[in-house]
Write a protein of this length. Structure first.
Length: 79
């Protein structure tokens, strides 16, 4: 696992931080995770995205609770 990825212990902290943005993005929070987005999330969890790609996907994570839940599951699978 790459050092720039959150560990399982840090996920709660990251989730708490991102949840502070929920009121602004609640309209999209139940959007479906597309196959393309899921592939990107899998790459992020596996440490395969460079810094710019990870930064680009952060907007999807902030806006979509389902994407955050998907990423959490993937991180748990790839400790």
């Amino acid at each position: 696992m790459h050092s720039n990825l959150p560990s399982g212990e840090n996920f709660a902290t990251i989730s708490a931080f991102l949840s502070t943005f929920a009121p602004e993005v609640s309209g999209r929070s139940s959007d479906e995770v597309t196959p393309f987005l899921k592939q990107k999330l899998q790459s992020l969890a596996a440490g395969e995205l460079n810094e710019e790609e990870a930064r680009n996907i952060s907007q999807d994570l902030l806006a979509n609770e389902n994407a955050m839940q998907t990423l959490a599951g993937l991180i748990i699978k790839h400790p």
